[in-house]
Ligand binder design. Structure first.
Ligand code: AMP
Ligand code: MG
Length: 408
């Protein structure tokens, strides 16, 4: 028996920025305070719980930027210099003997007394082994000074930084084996809908495969979340109540489907019984209806079920919310302007996020922008923002948010 949701009185659509602002300023968006220590090898995608401060100078000693010869500039009086030692990377040199040069390789420590390096291409080795320098040299030439990258005590990464390959490489360069990170945000994922069937099973009449579950679980994992995958929740109040009651310790309940006004809304009904619920009508397309509420103190975000709507509302609203809960300061995705390679004739009252692809310096849009067509996003490499009331034509500047940015 479908349960008919109350149809709220017509309300103005909430602009996307306002919805995001609301989500991010909620008490429930406050960063999680629990932290844990993880090995660098397992820290990818996690968020630093405290500033990373250099415990040493980088590089720890002056070293050569070239394969060549280290020398003291004052020793260069026009005569070739004999080679007094060979210095390889990873080996300690002896002090430079006066009136000589040292063969040196990239990354090898400078010998005490040497003040510059000449690259081997600008030298000539004579038959007697001495080296002639063919060009004028400057002090400190081709020498990487101690601490040129970082000095001991300097902050190299701020608390709230997401750890990707570059940050991990930097932490490794400073000798860190472990990092203090924010504990993972635990997210329960519920796919609501009687029509849903898991891939691998036969489809019955009127049924479709559950795509949102896989989309969200995999995306959440990329965002460093711990996922409690609850599978499919049928359109049934008792089952919905039981599912919510059995969720255990989670930081967010994320559902898809069943949030359209006037539809069977079992999740909403169950939330109203044991929590609270607000139905937001957003000025966003795809993805107008979004539920925000609480269940026994745990925040609930209900995304619309159409896969492209799920994608857009998760990427633009839920992702920043989850990053903020992990303590990430800047949760705004990178965007840039690009010339439209398409014509948009219908000025909308909602901000549209078209699935587009950049080719030849212009962004083109997928032929079918229906909210049910996930293939549009697989074809695309970003979301083209078409602002309310605008009708971009070819050559006009439009804002573009790369999917790689949202997905990571
Ligand atoms: P709803 O938000 O429940 O009204 O669903 C809107 C549309 O999204 C309907 O066509 C649903 O069949 C579809 N839908 C809902 N959940 C999913 C899902 N997990 N995977 C694929 N399609 C879905
Ligand atoms: Mg449904």
């Amino acid at each position: 028996m479908p349960l008919v949701a109350e149809v709220p009185a017509a309300q103005p659509l909430m602009p996307v920025e306002q919805a995001l602002e609301r989500l991010l300023t909620l008490a429930e968006a406050a960063p999680i305070s629990d932290t844990e220590c993880v090995a660098l090898a397992h820290a990818e995608g996690r968020v630093l719980a405290c500033d990373l401060v250099a415990s040493l100078d980088l590089p720890p000693w002056p070293n050569s930027a070239m394969d060549g010869y280290a020398l003291r500039l004052a020793d260069l009086q026009g005569e070739p210099l004999p080679v007094s030692q060979r210095i390889f990377a990873g080996h300690a040199p002896a002090p430079l003997q006066a009136g000589t040069c040292a063969r040196i390789f990239t990354g090898a420590p400078m010998p005490a007394g040497a003040d510059c390096v000449e690259m081997q291409e600008n030298t000539q080795t004579l038959e007697d082994g001495r080296v002639r320098f063919l060009q004028a040299l400057a002090p400190a030439q081709n020498v990487r000074p101690q601490g040129q990258e970082t000095c001991k005590g300097e902050q190299v990464l701020a608390k709230g930084t997401r750890l990707g390959p570059i940050e991990l490489g930097l932490a490794a360069s400073l000798g860190h084996e472990q990092l203090q990170v924010v504990r993972r945000v635990r997210v329960a994922v519920l796919s609501t809908g009687d029509e849903l069937v898991e891939p691998g099973l036969p489809l019955g009449p009127g049924q479709i495969y559950n795509s949102n579950r896989r989309l969200l679980v995999s995306w959440l994992q990329r965002l460093g979340c711990e996922v409690k995958d609850m599978g499919i929740l049928p359109d049934d109040l008792a089952r919905t109540r039981a599912c919510l009651a059995g969720l255990g310790d989670v930081d967010l309940i994320l559902s898809t489907g069943g949030v359209s006004v006037g539809e069977a809304d079992y999740l909403g009904a169950a939330l109203r019984e044991a929590g609270e619920l607000a139905l937001w009508k957003l000025a966003i397309k795809p993805g107008k209806p979004l539920t925000f509420g609480h269940y026994r103190g745990v925040p609930v975000i209900g995304l619309p079920g159409n896969p492209a709507s799920t994608l857009v509302t998760f990427g633009l609203l839920t992702r920043p919310y989850l990053l903020r809960r992990q303590g990430v300061c800047d949760v705004t995705p990178l965007r840039f302007d690009v010339a439209a390679g398409f014509q948009w004739t219908k000025a909308g009252t909602r901000r549209e996020y078209l699935r587009g692809r950049i080719e030849g310096g212009q962004v083109h849009i997928y032929k079918n922008q229906s909210s049910g067509v996930l293939r549009s996003a697989a074809w695309a490499d970003g979301l083209v923002e078409v602002r309310e009331g605008t009708t971009p034509k070819p050559g006009d500047s439009v804002s573009f948010i790369p999917l790689s940015e949202l997905l990571g």
